[in-house]
Structure formats: C-alpha cells, structure tokens
Design a protein around this ligand. Structure first.
Ligand SMILES: *Cc1c(COP(=O)(O)O)cnc(C)c1O
Length: 378
C-alpha cells in the first residue's frame, strides 16, 4: 500500500479525452504563445472570479505573477513590502529581486496566515506594498485591515498561488481570493489546486488601467509590438497551458468541493482516533471556504520521526515549510535572527501535510490515520 502526497493521474483520467482533443487543435494551428486559447482562459477566469473583462492577464508562472504585480505597483529599490515569513520562497524572492526589502511579520498559530495587526504595526513612510499569502488554500481576513493600508496609499498584492477558488463571506457578500486587494497573483504550477501541464500563472487587477499595464509588462513593456513604453519582462502564458487550464477550470468547483470533503473526513477521523493529544488539525476561520490546497496539521512533538515512520510505511506526508524565510541564508543581509518570529519558527518544527487530492478515497484516509495511531500508540 502506497499513497502519495498528490496523485494527479486520478483527476486527469476524468478529462483526458477532452484535453487531447483540444491539444490536437493547437498542434494543427501551430500557434503556441498567447493567442486565442489564452484569451479564452482569461475571460473564463474573469467570469469565475467576478471581475470585469480585461482584468485577468496570463503569465509564465506564479513567481512572475508576483514580479509583474510588484512592477506594476512601481516597487523600486529601498521600498518596503510587509509580508509573511511562513510561505514558499517566491513570495519574498520577487520582492528582493526588485531591490525592495521584505519586512516580515509573524503568522497566526491556528490558520498559519499572516498576523494582520502586526502587519499594520509595521507601516512606515517606506512601506509600498502589503503582500499577504492565502496559505494552503485559506483566505486571510483582509477586510479587517484594507482601509488602514488604503489610507496610507499602500497597495495590497495577494499571493493567491495556493487558493484559486477560495472565498470568504464578508458582510453577507462573497469575496474571492485574489480579488480583494489591488492585484491578485495565481500560480498554475502542476501541483497547485488549479494546475497546468507545465509552468503558468496569472495576475488580476480590477482596475483595468493596471491590468493593461500588467499585460504590457509581460511582453517587454510593449503596447504596440516593437514600441516600448517601459521595460518589462518576457512572461507569457502558452496555448497548451491555457487549454488544459481552461478545461480544468470547469471541474474546479467540484474538485475543490472534494478537497473540502476529504478535509472534513480527516477531521472526523481525528476526533474518533484519540490523536488530539498529539496533533492539531487545521482551523477554518468563520466565513471562510478553505479549499485545502494542502491539509496541514500541527504535530506537537516528534514531527520528523512521525514523518519518517509514515513515509517508510508508504504514506506520502510532507513538511511545508521546514525553514522560515527570515532564517534563509540568502536573507541574512536583512538582519533577522532566530526567535524573531516564534510562531513561524514553531510551525516549521510542527507542521505536517497529509495527502489531499481529488480521487483520494476514504479507506485510504483511514489507513493514513491508522498509521499515525500506530506511531503514537493511540
Ligand atoms: C507556488 C507558489 C508560488 C510560485 O508559483 P510558481 O508558479 O511555482 O512560480 C508563489 N507563492 C506561493 C505561496 C506558492 O505556493
């Protein structure tokens, strides 16, 4: 018995004929970059996210989406960007690449998302951007701090790489991840909950002037081919990715729903197992639709031993993330030290991601929990 952390083959079986039919058309046309497939996908994303036409701009990766967003927000050397140290590297990598300074604040122990009050407390005259991450598929409660940043003319760029389709009810209305701040950044890396068959990404901006600028920046800053208003980058989405993503987008609601059901079943199993003494399942904020890009528990002690034991028994459990970004060697120049962000540091020692993907079966989940029980002799 072996259950990987992620098995994409199961959901692909559902769409295989549709994908190959569409790919054949693309190969017949030999038009591989941007073009009508990308436009179609962008329009469908706008509809799904309830954004105006023109708001979505496909690009080459989630990392580039962040880079493009920060460029469109005029982030330059010396600017400060308030962000979380408990995330994938790309979030602050994009900031540093533009010569700006990532200013870290700690995260919440229950949702693992950035601590919003602490984020507000870091605002100063150099602050250009607030860059929260909707980690593991759960949204931050941005409505609580939106005004504080807007009043100081600080733009909000959302790292939505793990949360396509995640939402939150605010004052009786649905807010969708990536559309609450000024610019939303998505990744379509194959392992994301909406993933392509290669690298891909998207930036969205409700303000269409910003969206137009994003669309120029992805093609070397040119509005008209060979005429360059500013210096951009080469970051285009290709037709093959767009076609696969466009097909998958139709299934996303159902797949996200399956992820939620899997999470609910884990919760039930934990309740029945007596494991609560040893682990804490993820917490969902009131009003949130968590889409469980990852299902991440906290293991109170012996996390690495548990992970090794489960891996040896054929269960693909993983650690996201083992080292807080403020302690990464490449960020030494920022001057942070151990102890600066105790929650983030504790999480790096305690988190463990369990398999969650469309097609995962209940009896497989039971085996995963049984293995954990065996380890703890619970
Ligand atoms: C995956 C990811 C990215 C980067 O996306 P790529 O498409 O791999 O470049 C950025 N931020 C977070 C939080 C991610 O999980």
């Amino acid at each position: 018995m072996s259950i990987p952390i992620l098995d994409l083959r199961r959901s692909f079986e559902e769409i295989k004929p549709e994908v190959f039919k569409r790919l054949e058309k693309i190969f017949d046309e030999q038009n591989f970059i941007l073009g009508s497939e990308v436009k179609t996908f962008e329009r469908h994303c706008e509809r799904y996210l309830e954004l105006p036409e023109g708001a979505a701009v496909g690009c080459a990766s989630g990392t580039d989406a962040l880079l493009l967003a920060l460029m469109a927000a005029d982030v330059h050397e010396g600017d400060e960007v308030i962000t979380t140290p408990f995330t994938f590297f790309a979030t602050s990598g994009a900031v540093a690449r533009l010569g700006a300074k990532p200013v870290f604040v700690d995260v919440e122990p229950d949702t693992y998302n950035i601590n919003l009050e602490q984020a507000v407390s870091k605002i100063n005259s150099r602050t250009k951007i607030f860059l929260p991450v909707h980690l593991f598929g759960q949204m931050c409660a941005l409505e609580k701090v939106k005004k504080e940043f807007a009043d100081k003319n600080i733009k909000i760029v959302e790292d939505t790489a793990q949360a396509f389709g995640s939402s939150r009810i605010v004052d009786g209305k649905i807010e969708r991840a990536g559309t609450v701040g000024d610019i939303g950044c998505y990744s379509f890396f194959p392992t994301k909950n909406l993933g392509g068959c290669g690298d891909g990404g998207m930036v969205v901006a409700r303000d269409l002037q910003t969206a137009e600028r994003l669309a120029r920046l992805r093609v070397h800053g040119s509005g008209t081919t060979y005429y360059h208003d500013e210096i951009g980058i080469n970051s285009r989405l290709d037709a093959i990715q767009a076609a696969v993503l466009d097909i998958k987008l139709k299934y996303l609601e159902a797949w996200n729903e399956q992820r939620t059901q899997i999470a609910d079943y884990y919760k039930l199993l934990f309740k029945a197992s007596g494991l609560h003494e040893f682990v804490t399942p993820p917490t969902v904020l009131e009003g949130n639709r968590h889409i469980y890009h990852q299902y991440v528990i906290r293991v109170h002690s012996r996390r690495d031993e548990l992970m090794n034991f489960m891996n040896e028994n054929g269960f693909g459990v993983r650690v996201y993330y083992p080292l807080s970004l403020h302690l990464q060697p490449c960020f030494k120049y920022l001057g942070y030290k151990e102890g600066d962000f105790p929650v983030s540091e504790a999480l790096t020692r305690e988190v463990l991601a369990l398999p969650v993907f469309p097609g995962l079966k209940q009896d497989e989940q039971e085996q995963i929990i049984d293995c954990m029980k065996k380890f703890f002799r619970a």
